[in-house]
Design a protein around this ligand. Structure first.
Ligand code: IFM
Length: 423
C-alpha cells in the first residue's frame, strides 16, 4: 500500500469562514425590477434554453425548458426560514455570513422608508450575532425598487443620490450590529450583462449607457462610503468585486496580450480606480479563468467544468490575490463557488481553491476570510433555479433543507481553521 502523507495548512488566527447569499436569490416574494423582468421574460428564456445550453446540460436539467424555472417566486423562503438556515450554518462551523438587504422592501416608494422591514433585518442580524457569526451586509445586490427602475435604475444621474440616501437610512438603523458593509455587489457583472451583452434587464447593448452606469455606480459607492463613515466611523466598508483571471491564449502573441490588458482594465481595474481611496478592505469574487484571443474570444481548456460549463481553475484565485497586493489592504474572498447538482466536485473545488489562497497568504497576502457561494441552492438570475450552488440542497416543492456531503467537508475546515491534504 502507498505510504500516504498528510499536509495540514493552518489559516491565520481569527480567519472568517462562512457562506454568502443575496436577498432576491433566497428570500422569496420580492417585488422589484428583476421580479417584473422575470414575469415578462420567463417564457422566452424557457424557449431559448435549447439553443443556449449543451446537450448534456439539457439532458441533466430539463427544468430549464419550464418557464416556472425562471420565476424567483418564493425562492428558498429564507425570509421566513432564516433562523433554520443560520442554525445549519452554525452547525457547519461558520463564524461569518454574508447576506444582502433588499432595497425594494426598505424603500418601496421613493423617499418612504419602511421601519417594519428594517426590523426584519435587525432580527436577522441578531440571529447571526446570537450564533456567533460575523455579518457582512451588502446593500445592493443588483435589484432595484420599481420606482427607481422606472427612472432608469443605475443609468439615472441621481442613482448615487438615491442609493446613498437609502444606505444612510439602513446604516442609521442597523449600525450597532454591523461592522462590515458592502455597498455594491459586482458592479461590473451588471455593466457587462445588462449594458454590454444585453442579456439582463434592461437588455441594452450600448456603450454610452455602459459608461454612464460605470460612473453612476462608482459615484454611488463613493457617496455611500462617506455616509456610512459619518454614522459609523469604525465600520469597514468595501464593494464586492468579481475578478476574472485573464491570460493570453498564446503567450507569445502581442495581440492576445493586448486583449488581456483591455479585459483586465475594464473588468478588474477600472471600478477600483474610480473608487480609489474609498475601500477599507478589498474583496475577491472568483469564478472565471479566461484565456483570451484577440477580439475577446475565450478559449479555455475546460478540463473540468461546473454544471454551468464554467471552467474550474483554482490556481486563478492565487494570481488574483497576488495582483491585489499593491493596494495594501485586507482581502476577503466574499464569493467563490460552483453549480454542482450531484455534489461530485464541490468538496475538491473548495479545498483546491483554499490551497491556493493559503499559498498566497504564505507569500504575504493579507486574506482574512472566505465565503463560499452559496449557503443555499438559490435563484441564479436569468438561468433560474436549475444551477445548484448550495452547500445546502433545497427541495423547492417542500422547502426541505438537506445538507450536502461537501458542506460537511467544508465544515471540518471551518472548525479546525485548517485544510488537510492527504497525498
Ligand atoms: O449567483 C451569483 C451572485 O448573485 C453574484 N456572483 C456570482 C454568483 C454565481 O453566478
Amino acid at each position: 500500500m502507498d505510504k500516504k502523507t498528510k499536509k495540514e495548512l493552518k489559516f491565520p488566527e481569527g480567519f472568517l469562514w462562512g457562506a454568502a447569499t443575496s436577498a432576491h436569490q433566497v428570500e422569496g416574494n420580492n417585488h422589484n425590477d428583476w421580479s417584473e423582468w422575470e414575469r415578462v421574460n420567463a417564457e422566452r428564456l424557457a424557449k431559448e434554453a435549447g439553443s443556449k445550453w449543451e446537450k448534456w446540460q439539457q439532458d441533466k436539467f430539463s427544468e430549464m425548458f419550464n418557464s416556472e424555472n425562471y420565476i424567483s417566486g418564493r425562492a428558498c423562503d429564507h425570509y421566513n426560514r432564516y433562523e433554520e438556515d443560520f442554525d445549519i450554518a452554525k452547525e457547519l462551523g461558520h463564524n461569518a455570513h454574508r447576506f444582502s438587504i433588499e432595497w425594494s422592501r426598505i424603500e418601496p416608494e421613493e423617499g418612504k422608508f419602511d421601519e417594519k422591514k428594517i426590523e426584519h433585518y435587525r432580527k436577522i442580524l441578531q440571529a447571526l450575532r446570537e450564533r456567533g457569526m460575523e455579518p457582512f451586509v451588502t446593500l445592493w445586490h443588483w435589484t432595484n425598487p420599481i420606482w427607481l427602475s422606472k427612472m432608469g435604475g443605475p443609468e439615472n444621474k441621481k442613482f448615487a443620490f438615491y442609493f446613498s440616501r437609502y444606505a444612510r437610512f439602513v446604516v442609521e438603523q442597523l449600525s450597532g450590529l454591523v461592522d462590515f458593509w458592502i455597498t455594491l455587489n459586482e458592479p461590473t457583472s451588471v455593466i457587462a450583462n445588462s449594458y454590454m451583452s444585453g442579456v439582463w434587464l434592461p437588455q441594452k447593448k450600448n456603450l454610452l449607457s455602459m459608461l454612464r452606469v460605470y460612473k453612476n455606480l462608482a459615484r454611488a459607492h463613493n457617496y455611500a462610503y462617506g455616509e456610512i463613515h459619518k454614522i459609523s466611523p469604525k465600520a469597514k466598508v468595501g464593494f464586492a468585486n468579481i475578478l476574472a483571471f485573464y491570460e493570453p491564449y498564446n503567450k507569445n502573441s502581442a495581440l492576445d496580450k493586448i486583449a488581456v490588458k483591455i479585459a483586465k482594465y475594464f473588468g478588474n481595474e477600472k471600478f477600483l480606480n474610480l473608487t480609489k481611496g474609498k475601500h477599507d478592505f478589498l474583496t475577491v469574487q472568483y469564478y472565471f479563468h479566461n484565456k483570451l484571443k484577440f477580439l475577446g474570444r475565450i478559449k479555455n481548456e475546460n478540463k473540468t467544468v461546473s454544471d454551468l460549463g464554467w471552467e474550474i481553475y483554482p490556481e486563478g484565485i492565487y494570481h488574483i490575490i497576488k495582483g491585489l497586493r499593491k493596494y495594501n489592504l485586507p482581502i476577503y474572498i466574499t464569493e467563490n463557488g460552483l453549480a454542482d447538482a450531484d455534489d461530485s466536485r464541490r468538496a475538491k473545488f473548495i479545498k483546491d481553491h483554499l490551497g491556493w489562497i493559503y499559498r498566497a497568504i504564505q507569500e504575504g497576502a493579507d486574506v482574512r476570510g472566505y465565503f463560499y457561494w452559496s449557503l443555499l441552492d438559490n435563484f441564479e438570475w436569468d438561468k433560474g433555479f436549475w444551477p445548484r450552488f448550495g452547500l445546502v440542497e433545497i427541495d423547492y416543492e417542500t422547502m426541505e433543507r438537506k445538507i450536502r456531503k461537501s458542506a460537511w467537508e467544508y465544515a471540518k475546515i471551518c472548525r479546525r481553521n485548517e485544510i488537510n491534504f492527504i497525498n
